[in-house]
Design a protein around this ligand. Structure first.
Ligand code: GDD
Ligand code: MG
Length: 359
């Protein structure tokens, strides 16, 4: 059968999320709270909505956090199977490592940190129509250098795969979603780390395998950096990025039941206020993400920043384009700007000092 309903999905969730430290010291990147639920729940909902029934999670870093939350998947309308790497095997090694669990002739494979509105059935159909060995979902971005650059010919056949190149020949990039024939997974070397981007794709192209691209214009964002995570979360809250989990929610903010927002606090730009978090009067949050139990005191300003679980932002502090680790305490009138990161539990005394580096 060539219907997507028959295909298993594999999601790669074994990365360490280093660019999102210190938040990823306590939770793997796909489990960070995003518009009310772990990021991965949005992706799983899209997979279930497309008709896929079975999902294999390729885990490595903090594997137990996934199974503790998602269990056997039945609550999410899926069967979820877990495979843990004893050492990180890379993206290709992670795919090879789940081979024994694949029950379908074609598998749909996802990077676990991509927020996207792509039509999964259409990508799968492109794969079947071309009788491809591998089909890659491709999108166009303004700066392709941080991604896998993937030129295609007139028939949509992939002509090269250039991972993170300084001089990309096209703005068309690997969107981190593929369909593989099972035999392609079988051919990946086992027992050692393998990069799908640097080894498997270039190898398939050298061998003349049928590798095709499926280009679309759907919403797409890799959530791997603080800036992109903040933007993606805000896009979900404002209804710009689609997610079946949010049931059409669209607004300037998303406040969890049980959070406390005082009258006279401003919540703008797709701000999220997590469970048990508190925002005092006169605080102004624009594109902010407050994890569970975070506390923002009177008159503080937070712009495009993430405030970790249980962290405290003191009165009239200014946090802009920064990440505050779990349980950190920013004193009154402090300013953290331009990519500053505060490590978990660090206490910054009241004094209004400006920081734009890590503390
Ligand atoms: N199981 C497992 N084992 N998963 C891993 C490992 C590993 O050793 N290493 C990384 N992953 C997972 C990550 O958790 C993530 O979900 C996915 O593989 C991709 O890793 P990233 O670290 O996020 O890669 P990237 O964003 O720099 O680049 C990749 O994604 C881009 C699109 O978002 C590449 O595939 C690029 O070509 C692509 O353009
Ligand atoms: Mg990524």
């Amino acid at each position: 059968m060539s219907d997507i309903v028959a295909a298993d999905a594999i999601i790669l969730v074994g990365g360490q999320g280093t660019r999102l430290r210190p938040l990823t010291l306590s939770a793997p990147k796909p489990m960070l709270p995003t518009a009310g639920v772990p990021f991965l729940q949005h992706l799983l909902a899209r997979i279930a909505e497309a008709g896929i029934k079975r999902v294999i999670l390729g885990t490595a870093y903090k594997a137990e956090v996934f199974s503790d939350y998602f269990g056997d998947g039945s609550e999410f309308g899926l069967e979820i199977v877990y495979v843990q790497e004893t050492e990180p095997m890379g993206t290709g090694g992670g795919i090879r490592n789940v081979l024994s669990k694949i029950q379908s002739d074609n598998v749909m494979i996802f990077n676990g940190d991509v927020l996207s509105g792509a039509d999964l059935k259409a990508i799968y159909q492109t794969h079947i129509d071309n009788d491809a060995d591998v089909t890659l979902h491709l999108v166009r971005v303004s700066d392709p250098r941080a991604f896998g650059c993937v030129p295609t010919d007139m028939d949509g056949r992939v002509t090269a795969f250039l991972e993170k190149t300084e001089d990309p020949p096209t703005d068309q990039i690997n969107a981190g979603c593929y369909v593989f024939k099972k035999k392609v997974v079988e051919a990946i070397p086992s027992g050692r780390p393998v990069s799908v981007e640097r080894e498997v794709f270039p190898g398939l192209l050298r061998d003349g395998s049928r590798v095709y691209g499926h280009v679309d214009m759907a919403y797409w964002k890799d959530m791997g950096t603080p800036d992109d995570f903040v933007q993606g979360s805000s896009d979900l809250v404002r209804g710009i990025a689609p997610s079946p989990v949010l049931n059409g929610h669209r607004g300037d903010s998303l406040v969890h039941p049980g959070a406390g927002v005082a009258p006279g606090a401003w919540l703008l730009g797709g701000t999220v206020v997590g469970r048990g978090a508190e925002v005092a009067a006169g605080a102004r949050l624009d594109g902010a993400i407050l994890f569970d139990g975070a506390k923002v005191e009177a008159g503080a300003r937070i712009e495009r920043s993430i405030i970790g679980a249980g962290a405290i932002v003191g009165p009239r502090a200014l946090i802009r384009d920064a990440v505050i680790g779990d349980g950190a305490h920013v004193g009154a009138r402090c300013e953290f700007l331009r990519g500053a990161r505060i490590w978990p539990g660090v206490v910054i005394p009241d004094n209004g000092v400006r920081f734009s580096t890590d503390v």
